[in-house]
Design a protein around this ligand. Structure first.
Ligand code: SAH
Ligand code: SF4
Ligand code: F3S
Length: 486
């Protein structure tokens, strides 16, 4: 593993190796020299901030960026006054982009006052040519720009940045590389996300992810299991397996393996107590997976199953490849096999051609499925996707009306679902000391519900039984149930 690498011993008088990850190890060693020189010049530690926009996959990428920066000698901070700031961007909806531009303007202002400050941008938004044009024209103070496919070259790109007078811009169209064995800095010591695959092949007609993340590539199961074993040895008790569509994991490997089989292997790893995964595409959720979940001691009782729309006509236009009936059948099967399963979802309102009657169908689905939670989004037109070229775009006011109607039902249903747990005692993984009240701890149940309860901070990272006393809307107030030794 990388923590056994002695970076001081890497001979920088030699040419950089061609092979990965050795090449990046060489550049980390080189980067350490630059950071050390900066530290001497400033006569204080050199700081950096990694700011994440977007999904859990981006959050995991940010942990990799942080790992490399820390290994290079930077001190990590959340303060954007840092000497080096990198934004890991998202472009799934336009408001994500607008947030980046807004905050970037602010960073530019800081750099005017502190010219030694360095600014970098990476992530999904950078894979869009129109974004790069805009940045080159109007945000010339950005020192380094790269995309999703060459993120594994971060150390090398930073060295180029230090050695170049001009901004460094390096965007690739695609990659077939999956580079293992780079340093990672985890946000929580006791839980971690793990990429099991990258990219997406589904091309839902509204979605930009396949264009900015490339084709689906699965990691080898051995690499995934080795990573989880070393996380477990390092104190991690909960893992979240990450992919845009985990249900198609492993199909394109030289030795194909199903997602359900992978889960069974993860289950065997000692020290891991909880397994989560995200996201499941309904069209690929197999009976094998349901059976594995049902009999598992470790797989959490939570499934995120994006619906997107309850209207078969809209689902077809979205290229989701299931009908309303398919989805309902699947939910029935899940409820029958795993009665204590919490189901959550994503829904889009305002897809081109959607009528108020289609929204009624979506609302009816929410009532039938009884989601524990649903993330509702206003449709956002993404340039280059098939839906953006559709003629019957829905006016904003109609979209908003449908959205508000849906949100009401979603919230009512979620409150009702959560209330049903009242009076039970369930295991919670203690995640942190409550921000508002330091006498309280915040824990998460297997079904993803949050519970606050009095307790000592030494319990963070532990799993404790909690009595669910009072339901406050979307979360619980509880009490630790002392073990009954009698
Ligand atoms: N791979 C996951 C989701 C990735 S994006 C899946 O297939 O479920 C997360 C959510 O963003 C999607 O589920 C969808 O509800 C929403 N989304 C994606 N593109 C969108 C767009 N153009 N406008 C509004 N919401 C969008
Ligand atoms: Fe986007 Fe569909 Fe792929 Fe999810 S499955 S990332 S919504 S294209
Ligand atoms: Fe956003 Fe990229 Fe994730 S577009 S949702 S950060 S894959």
């Amino acid at each position: 593993m990388y923590d056994e690498i002695n970076f001081e011993k890497i001979d920088l008088s030699l040419e950089p190796p061609a092979k990965e990850p050795e090449r990046q190890h060489y550049f980390i060693a080189k980067l350490r020299r630059y950071v050390e020189a900066e530290r001497k010049r400033l006569d204080r530690s050199v700081t950096c901030a990694v700011v994440t926009f977007g999904c859990q996959m981006n959050a995991r990428d940010s942990e990799k960026l942080s790992g490399i920066l820390e290994t290079a000698g930077y001190e990590l901070t959340e303060d954007e006054n840092a000497d080096f700031v990198i934004y890991n961007t998202c472009t799934v909806r336009d408001n994500a982009n607008q947030r980046v531009y807004g905050r970037l303007g602010h960073l530019g202002g800081m750099k005017k006052k502190f010219p030694h400050k360095r600014i970098a941008l990476c992530g999904c938004m950078m894979q869009e040519p129109s974004v790069i044009e805009k940045l080159k024209k109007s945000y010339r103070f950005v020192d380094l720009i790269f995309g999703t496919h060459n993120i594994y070259k971060f150390a090398e790109l930073l060295v180029t940045m230090f050695e170049s007078k001009d901004p460094v811009v390096d965007i690739w169209d695609s990659t077939d590389q999956i580079v293992e064995e780079l340093p990672t800095e985890r946000k929580y010591p006791f839980k971690s996300g793990i990429n099991i695959m990258f990219g997406c092949n589904n091309f839902c007609s509204y979605c930009i992810v396949p264009y900015v993340r490339g084709r689906e590539r699965s990691r080898e199961p051995e690499d995934i299991l080795r990573e989880i074993e070393s996380l477990a040895a390092d104190g991690v008790v909960e893992v979240m397996l990450l992919g845009q569509n985990v249900n198609s994991y492993g199909r394109n490997l030289k030795n194909p393996i199903s997602f359900a089989r992978l889960l069974q292997e993860v289950e065997k790893i000692e020290g891991i107590k909880r397994i989560r995964f995200m996201t499941s595409h309904p069209k690929d959720l197999s009976d094998e997976l349901i059976a594995v979940m049902k009999h598992s001691e470790k797989i959490c009782r939570h499934l995120h199953l994006p619906l997107q729309s309850g209207s078969t006509r809209i689902l077809q236009a979205m290229n989701r490849r299931y009908t309303r009936e398919d989805y309902l059948d699947l939910v029935q099967k899940l409820r029958r096999e795993i009665p204590d399963l919490a189901i959550t979802t994503d829904i889009i309102v305002g897809f081109p051609g959607e009528t108020p009657e289609d929204v009624d169908l979506t609302i009816d689905m929410v009532k039938q499925v009884q989601y524990d939670n649903a993330f509702t989004f206003l449709y956002s037109k993404r340039t280059g996707t098939p839906a953006a070229a559709m003629e019957n775009q829905v006016p904003d006011s109609v979209m908003k009306e449908g959205f508000d109607r849906l949100l009401n039902v979603v919230q009512d249903t979620a409150r009702k679902q959560i209330r049903r747990l009242k009076g039970q005692t369930l295991d919670a993984l203690v995640e942190e000391v409550n921000e508002q009240d330091p006498a309280l701890l915040t824990g998460r149940l297997s079904n993803n519900t949050i519970v606050h309860f009095p307790g000592d901070k030494s319990l963070v990272g532990k799993i404790v039984p909690v009595y669910l006393k009072e339901c406050h809307g979307f979360y619980y107030a509880g009490e630790i149930q002392e073990a009954n030794n009698g």
